[in-house]
Design a protein around this ligand. Structure first.
Ligand code: SAM
Length: 289
């Protein structure tokens, strides 16, 4: 009831210019394009932030920001507007295809280097990264002595902290995880389930903006074998997608694999070969001829 009142108060107080200001702020910091038809989301998503600032209305927040730049507060607004929907083994098929076809080939190709690097770009609260770790532990025990690394990055500090903690509630655990995985790879702690250390040690989560002038990992010479960049580009403009995918192309091994979300396509198809297999689609970097 109180929330409804707050929303109603905001509906009256926040002007089109206020919403425009907030949309522009979010775009500047995360490149997420928010549609004006969804302006109501500012009310619901920023309620806690407003309270923490001792404010009750969006127009107060906008006035505050117009008077004085406040980078931490601006970042908190951009992060609060992200959509962090995720689950273990989301969409199933990319993981099945990795297990049955793609990983056996990669393992063979890396048998001398004895290492594999994954990147869960826009990892949200970590389920994607931990799914990859569990997949390897469950189906590729011969990799136990290899150098395996799963990097997870996300813009939003709150979800990165959750990924680092590897702690999930009953609803999250019930989404996508086979029961035997829960038993084998999680400890039941209080009301929650916590990823076991042997899974967690493969994963490293940190905050990073995919649209920053320098892409995360740009300074690292080892390229990634597998990159998951799923369900994030739908919030970006065509230009942002193109720039991001050109950077991703440089970070992927020549025989590496890119998975996008099931409704996503590369912005510049000329640098990618798309492969349909196992009821899904993945992308391989095309090399300049
Ligand atoms: C819908 S979730 C997708 C999570 C996971 N990849 C999946 O498919 O289940 C999108 C994530 O992208 C993150 N995100 C949005 N803009 C970003 C940016 N500019 N840089 C990095 N992450 C971003 C959000 O914080 C959110 O956690």
């Amino acid at each position: 009831m109180q929330q409804t009142n707050l929303a109603q108060a905001n509906a009256v107080q926040a002007t089109a210019a206020d919403y425009g200001y907030l949309r522009q702020l979010v775009f500047g910091l995360s490149q997420n394009v928010l549609d004006p038809s969804r302006d109501y989301l500012f009310e619901t998503r920023l309620t806690k932030l407003l309270r923490n600032q001792g404010m009750t209305r969006l127009d107060e927040l906008v006035r505050h920001l117009r008077v004085k730049r406040d980078p931490p507060l601006e970042r908190a607004i951009a992060e609060a507007m992200t959509i962090n929907e995720t689950s273990f083994f989301r969409d199933t098929r990319p993981f099945e295809l990795l297990r049955t076809e793609l990983l056996p080939k990669l393992v063979e190709a890396r048998r001398h280097a004895r290492g594999l690097r994954y990147w869960s770009a826009a990892c949200s609260s970590g389920q994607e990264g931990y799914s990859l770790a569990m997949l390897m532990q469950e189906h590729f025990p011969m990799l136990a002595s290899w150098d395996l690394r799963i990097e997870g990055t996300d813009l939003c500090a709150e979800v990165v902290e959750r990924a680092q903690a590897g702690r999930y509630n009953r609803i999250e655990i019930n989404r996508g995880l086979p029961a035997r995985f829960v038993v084998r790879y999680f400890d039941h702690v209080g009301e929650d389930w916590v990823v076991k250390p042997e899974v967690r040690k493969l994963c490293n989560f940190r905050q990073a903006n995919l649209c920053a002038p320098t892409l995360p990992f740009s300074r690292i010479t080892d390229r990634f074998d597998v990159i998951f960049l799923r369900n994030v580009m739908l919030y970006f403009s065509h230009e942002t997608r193109k720039t991001l995918l050109a950077g991703i192309h440089r970070l992927l091994a020549p025989d590496g694999i890119l998975f996008l979300g099931s409704s996503e396509q590369p912005a510049d198809p000329s640098i990618w070969t798309s492969v349909l297999a196992g009821g899904t689609c993945y992308f391989k970097p095309r090399q300049p001829s």
